[in-house]
Structures are given as C-alpha cells and as structure tokens.
Design a protein around this ligand. Sequence first.
Ligand SMILES: *[C@@H]1O[C@H](CO)[C@@H](O)[C@H](O)[C@H]1NC(C)=O
Ligand SMILES: *[C@@H]1O[C@H](CO)[C@@H](O)[C@H](O)[C@H]1NC(C)=O
Length: 384
Amino acid sequence: MLRFIFLVTFLQGCIARPTASVENNDIPQEDPEEIRSEAIKRLLEVFGIDDPPHSLSHVKQPPQYMVDLYNTVADEDGVTKDPDLLEGNTVRSFFDKSNSDQMHFLFNLSTVSKSEKVLTAELHLFKLKPRPSEIAYFKRHHFCQINVYLVLDKQKMHLSQGRKLLSSKLIPIHSSGWEVLTITQAVRAWTDENKNHGLLVVIRNIGATQFDTNIIRFATGKIHHESKQPMLVLFTDDGRRGVASISNQAEDLLVKPNEPYVPVTNRTRRTRSLSEDGQWPCQRHPLYVDFDEIGWSGWIISPRGYNAYHCKGSCPFPLGQNMRPTNHATVQSIINALKLVKGVSSPCCVPDKLFSINLLYFDDEENVILKQYDDMVAGSCGCH
Ligand SMILES: *[C@@H]1O[C@H](CO)[C@@H](O)[C@H](O)[C@H]1NC(C)=O
Ligand SMILES: *[C@@H]1O[C@H](CO)[C@@H](O)[C@H](O)[C@H]1NC(C)=O
C-alpha cells in the first residue's frame, strides 16, 4: 500500500513516460524496510512534520473547540469545505502550564516555528456560574469587567509597571460558558521565549456598590474538568501553499468530478471501449490513504484516512472534452497520432484540480493542532 502511494506520488502514472527515468532517483531499490522508512520520511515532509509525534501514553480528549473547528472547516474525509473559513492554515491550542491558583497563565509556545506568521491569538476561559448562595447578592449587578494583561515582570505583575493591558471585556455576572479574549500582541512579544512571563487576568467591579471580585470564577486546569481548562488558541500561517489556486476551491467543488471508478466486469467491458493500446481512458480512481496502515493513528485525531484519488488511463487521439485536455495536450496527441515527429508520446493523465485536506492531531507536547494542506486530493483528472 505504502509503496503504491509512493510510486503514485513520485512517478505520477503517465504510462507513456519511459520507466528508465526511475533509475536516476535516490529511492533505495532493494530493501523493502528502507523503502518504507524513506517513504514515511517523505510523507512526513509533505505534512510538514519533522519527527512523528510519539503515540500518546494515555487517551486524552482533544479540546471541544478544536474538534468543532475541524468539523466546521472539513468534511468527513478531511477535505476543506470552504477555504475562506480559516485565515491562515494552522490553528494550535495550548493548555496553561502555570500551575497557579491565581489568574496567572503560562503557555509554552516553543513548538511554534519562528517562520510562522502569527495572525490571531485568543485566550479561552470557561466562566463558572456564581454559587447559588451568591446569586441573590448580585441581583443589582449585571456586568463585570475582565482585563487581560501581558506580564512584563512577574514580581511586579500586580502593579501597573509590571504589566500591559491587552484586552478588556464586559461580561454578564450570571453567565457561564466560554469567554474569548484577543491577545495577539502577547504572542508577538513572546517570540523571544525568555520574555514569556505569561498573562494575568484581573476582574474589575464596575457596579456602584463594591463586591468581592473573587466571586467571579473561572475554571482552572487544576480543579475543574479538563474540558474546561484555560486555553490559548493561536492562528498562524506557515507560508506553505500549493500551486493550485485555493480561492477557487469552493467553486471547484461544485464541478462534477470525472465519473466514479467502475470496476471492470464482463458487462462493462462490452459497453466501454478500450483504446488501441488496450488501456482504459484517463479517469479518476480511488486511492485511500489509511493513517492506521501507515502507523499514524496514534496521534492523528481526524480523519482516520482520506481518499487522495489517482489519475490513470490513456490519452489517445482524438481527445474528447471529457478528457479535459489543454490545447497543448490536444496538439501533442495530434502530432503523436500523425507520427510527424519522432519520440513524442501521447499526453499524460494527471490531476487537473486539487483540493486541500485538514488534519487534527496531537504534537509531542500533547497540544492539539489543526492544519490545512494544499493540493492533497485529486478533484478531477485530465490529459495534459
Ligand atoms: C517549553 O517546552 C519545551 C519543549 O518541551 C521545553 O524545552 C522548555 O523548557 C519549555 N519552556 C518552559 C518555560 O517551560
Ligand atoms: C468474465 O468472463 C470470463 C470468460 O467469459 C469468465 O471466466 C469470468 O468469470 C467473468 N468475470 C466476471 C467478473 O463475470
């Protein structure tokens, strides 16, 4: 299976191409284990991952926010539904590492590559409902103010010179659920890891009468369920882009792909015509990439695998419109048919539309990452 993917990826099944060209490649020819490890290495490169993360020792639930985000941008096969939903191509979630009882949070962003462009960063906090005994007390107050500060000096973080205001929000006192605050500036300031002293959240009383702001409570990683842990969500772009125009993808999805794969049975043999060289015409065939088979199911959350499809078949003269030929391919097939010039092969059956897929996975630090990869699925095939 793996070898198959490998060959499809690197030799792109144009039958007319002489097989001798393979010999110049640095693919090890002999040892199947070597081929396998080389293939996995190259596949990791495609996914922009240096080392495969270790499979997780214990089963950890990914944050619901990340799962929901994945389901919003991707269909059940991981194919991007609408490329405009995500601003960049990477979303990372980080849990608080401060172990503090106070509203001081520390996020370790060392896994973010320096080359990634930071677009937006958000602090997600889960607000707990006031205790029933406190509700009566709050009857006349409706809102409190929540301020997030960048900590400049941990020793002085409760003084104004030790911190810088990043974001502020009014929230209903009686509410419960997720509150999201934008803290993009902080992440930009933390590109130097030594400058990361964390974030401080301060609740301010804006009512006429004083009340103890400690009554406004947020879930912390230590005490509350892991599904309510404080979280930093970072949207970045790693600059990796495919050649296909991504902005057209939504429209492309409406284009009817080539006919689905029809198994060659005696019945269809009669109704569909083989070309002269005994091949089926160029069309899209399934090619399922199973992450379990590759050994990646321990760290990839979704999808379990995806259909990359592959293009196979002949591009004989004359090329019909269903072959989606380029003008160049049409001329080449004519020259080939007329044998006007020696050594001109018939055009190749290759993907002419490519779609992106999304992966939701754990990295080595057990952070959950959503990443979009361009040009991963053959949307349709044509003679080029
Ligand atoms: C952040 O994580 C990296 C990688 O695990 C580790 O080497 C580094 O010491 C951590 N930094 C802090 C401040 O905990
Ligand atoms: C196709 O036809 C051949 C010979 O007529 C027969 O042996 C074979 O079982 C048939 N295959 C299918 C899939 O019907």
